[in-house]
Design a protein around this ligand. Structure first.
Ligand code: T1G
Ligand code: NAD
Length: 696
């Protein structure tokens, strides 16, 4: 039984037990309605609603969305709570989220453990609270605070929730016992029903102008997303219409959101992120190794950020550099990053101090002799990395995991260079490492199962989204990025401008366009990588001649004040630079190209299809396990808009036949082999299968 009802002296107790997160599936909703009717009929004085397991209701059952809705609906459940002739008290623990918090808001009183959190994160799924959240919350905390909570989707701790008036009593453990005691106290003092719906919204001084300002702010903060704007419409309606009309308006907006492509994409990413954590064939009984202390070699751009990830998770770190100067520079960078985080109010000063205390520096490999995991983040050179791994092989204790943060290099070769290849794994972080959520866990041919299990579990522990990748040049993300970057160069030399190319992609929702990203990362990084390649490996000169020319002019990107754009030395604002157009035209002439007008759609298509086609090749080679893994990589590591679902979801929405035809057209047009639809794509189209069918 997912919902049970029992009488405890003068109280009725409704208990939900629907693991793992007590989601409001149809059976839970029906069980709640039945239990409330039972409580309404018996002689109890009040009703306590509580959940078993690790959390109070964490929301509607997301897996039910996109399917025909089942009765009773959640608004009907909440109406049943409000119709109960006696007070209903919600007892919260864990994360009371979405529909779960809406159920609590429909109750007359709310009590919670100090560790509990509440929130309405529907916006993260392209939805809005569809069971009264946008109508009841403003009645309790006013329009401004309600808009902040619902449009950010952020959770609020019970202390702050209590201060806001969302929680009436903070309780100590054990929850059940103390919640019943609180209910008895309410009965004893004759506390009756107290419905939020009957409250007026305290909206003085919050009118059209304020709502308009919120719409403008969200158009920037949640660029391209529809749900945030609808949330503002709902809260505005809460101030202007009677409760029932507001509820109906909200429901209509909710239904439109559920049926939207944006929500389908965001729900896909929700489940894909959880699926990515599972490694088929890696038995659940394989125990991860314990990781209590970590070493990091190289305190440069990546080493410093990686150190902060572990310190932020409370894990002590030893940072090793080749000399004191490098170490001081690295520790200085970390100190500056924490100062910026504190200045933005995202961390308190004392907390930042505590975390920095967990990071110690050294120039002696012996100081990582007893750590459980070492991550190498030194220069991207096979020779330098092999030297470092030789040092680690000599100094690290047996059983220590030796990881590399290389972006492209062959980790099988690195593993084969030490005496313990089974302990070697790739842990590929993304810059800035203390911010970007993605972690590519690169599986080598010889890695031990418990090393893989440790890496995947550790990724979650430090707040990352771990995705398993096989060894190849650039693993999943960077390998696809090479195709995408190629198209940016070709579109530029064939007739586009940096502004046009970047806005075609940002118009689609990319966080930044490909050329602005190159300026941010530094044109010299890929230039140096290209210098190490043979002419043949470098490929078509049209795909790098402009970049080479800019670097040789000293235009390295933001770091030198100019790249594809010019950057204002004070504000760092990006400006177009006619000098770049001159370079492009000169290179086009040199390559014998007559430049032409490209449409934004052509530019967009070529970039996205380049990603998608390489994605299919990566799947057929087994470098990525699932199409969803590729989507999680691109959404969390490369600024692909989550509300577009990732490159492979985008391809599925477009239809694989359509994708294959567009690729074939480009193949015919250019004669380039890389535009030939990947064999897996051709097979799926031939068999009339979808990616979901293939992924099974
Ligand atoms: N529905 C269905 N399954 C869910 C679920 C949900 N709401 N939440 C979690 N799961 C599954 C998840 O897929 C995973 O399954 C397992 O539970 C553990 O989750 C009308 C419209 C609660 C903070 O957005 O944020 O209510 O992979 O690995 O890290 O207004 O899950 O093991 O098979 O994430 O401890 C609003 C979503 C819904 C909250 C726990 N609610 N969940 O995190 O575990 S919309 C949410 C979370 C709504 C109403 C609207 C987190 C968590 P599996 P996990 P975790
Ligand atoms: P970086 O040049 O900023 O830092 C490298 C650091 O390693 C330097 O501080 C250097 O002094 C130190 N170092 C070099 N040899 C050493 C040795 N033998 N012992 C100890 N320290 C040594 O480089 P980075 O950008 O941080 O890149 C580091 C690694 O991470 C590379 O493999 C790179 O491909 C990879 N990576 C970089 C990014 C990125 O965006 N920069 C992203 C992901 C992965």
């Amino acid at each position: 039984m997912v919902v049970s009802y029992q009488k405890v002296e003068e109280l009725g107790v409704i208990t939900i037990n629907n693991p793992p997160v007590n989601a409001l599936s149809q059976s839970v909703r029906q069980g709640l309605v039945d239990a409330l009717q039972q409580a309404g009929r018996d002689d109890t004085k009040a009703v306590v609603l509580i959940c078993e397991g690790r959390t109070f209701i964490a929301g509607a059952d997301i897996s039910e969305f996109g399917k025909p809705p089942l009765e009773p609906s959640l608004p009907e459940v909440n109406a049943a709570i409000e119709a109960c002739p006696k007070p209903v008290i919600a007892a919260l623990h864990g994360t009371a989220l979405g529909g779960g918090f809406e159920v609590a808001l429909s109750c007359d009183y709310r009590c919670a453990l100090a560790s509990a959190q509440v929130g309405l994160p529907e916006v993260n799924l392209g939805l809005l609270p569809g069971a009264g959240g946008t109508q009841r919350l403003p009645r309790l905390i006013g329009p401004e605070a309600a808009l902040e909570m619902i449009t950010s989707g952020q959770r609020v701790g019970s202390a702050k929730a209590s201060a806001l008036g969302l929680i009436d009593r903070i309780l100590a453990e054990p929850l059940a016992e103390n919640a019943l005691a609180y209910a008895r106290e309410l009965v004893a003092k004759g506390a009756g029903v107290r419905r939020v719906r009957d409250l007026q919204v305290a909206g003085e001084g919050f009118g059209e102008a304020e709502f308009a300002e919120w719409r403008t702010r969200l158009a920037k903060r949640k660029r391209g997303q529809k749900a945030p704007q609808r949330i503002v419409d709902c809260v505005e309606t809460a101030l202007s219409k009677p409760f029932e009309q507001g509820l109906a308006f909200e429901r209509a907006q909710f239904v439109e959101c559920v049926q939207s492509e944006q929500s389908a994409a965001l729900r896909h990413i929700f489940f894909a992120e959880r699926e990515a954590a599972r490694v088929p064939g890696l038995d659940k009984s394989v125990m991860p190794r314990s990781v209590a202390r970590v070493g990091i070699i190289g305190a440069g751009t990546m080493g410093g950020g990686i150190a902060m990830c572990f310190a932020n998770a409370g894990i002590p770190v030893t940072l090793v550099e080749q000399n004191q100067e490098g170490l001081d520079r690295g520790l200085g960078l970390i100190r500056k990053n924490y100062e910026i985080t504190v200045s933005k109010g995202k961390l308190t000063g004392p907390a930042a101090q505590e975390r920095q205390k967990l990071i110690s520096g050294s120039t002696d490999y012996a100081d990582v002799g007893d750590v459980d995991l070492v991550i190498e983040a030194v220069f991207e050179s096979m020779d330098v990395k092999k030297q470092v791994f030789a040092e680690l092989d000599e100094h690290c204790k047996p059983g220590a995991i030796l990881a590399t943060n290389t972006s492209y290099l062959d980790i099988n070769e690195i593993a084969a260079s030490v005496s313990r290849p089974a302990d070697v794994v790739g842990l590929h972080f993304f810059s800035p490492a203390n911010v970007m959520r993605l972690l590519e866990v690169v599986r080598t041919d010889q890695v031990a199962d418990d090393v893989l299990a440790t890496a995947m579990a550790l990724g979650k522990r430090i707040g990352k989204v771990p995705v398993l990748a096989g060894v190849c040049f650039g693993f999943i993300g960077n390998r696809m990025l090479r195709q995408y970057a190629r198209e940016a160069q070709l579109c530029l030399i064939e007739g586009g401008t940096p502004e046009q190319i970047d806005s075609a992609l940002t118009g689609f929702g990319m966080a930044m366009g490909p050329l602005a990203v190159s300026d941010l990362a530094g044109l010299d990084i890929s230039y140096k990588a290209r210098q190490a390649l043979t002419q043949e490996q470098k490929g078509d000169p049209r795909s790098y001649c402009i970049a080479d020319a800019l670097v040789e002019m000293g235009r390295l990107g933001q770091k030198s004040g100019a790249g594809y754009y010019r950057y204002d030395p004070k504000t760092r604002a990006r400006e177009s630079d006619p000098e770049v157009v001159a370079v492009v035209e000169a290179q086009a002439a040199q390559q014998g190209i007559t430049r032409r007008t490209l449409s934004d759609q052509e530019i967009l298509d070529r970039h996205l299809l380049a990603l998608v086609n390489e994605g299919f090749r990566i799947l057929e080679e087994g470098v990525a396990l699932r199409p969803g893994d590729i989507d999680v990589v691109y959404v969390n590591g490369y600024g692909f808009p989550s509300y577009q679902g990732g490159p492979m979801f985008y391809a599925s929405q477009l239809g694989l036949e359509q994708v294959s035809q567009r690729l074939e057209a480009l193949h015919q047009q250019t004669g380039e082999a890389y535009w030939q639809p990947a064999p897996l794509l051709q097979q799926l189209v031939r068999d009339g299968q979808t990616l979901a069918d293939w992924a099974g």
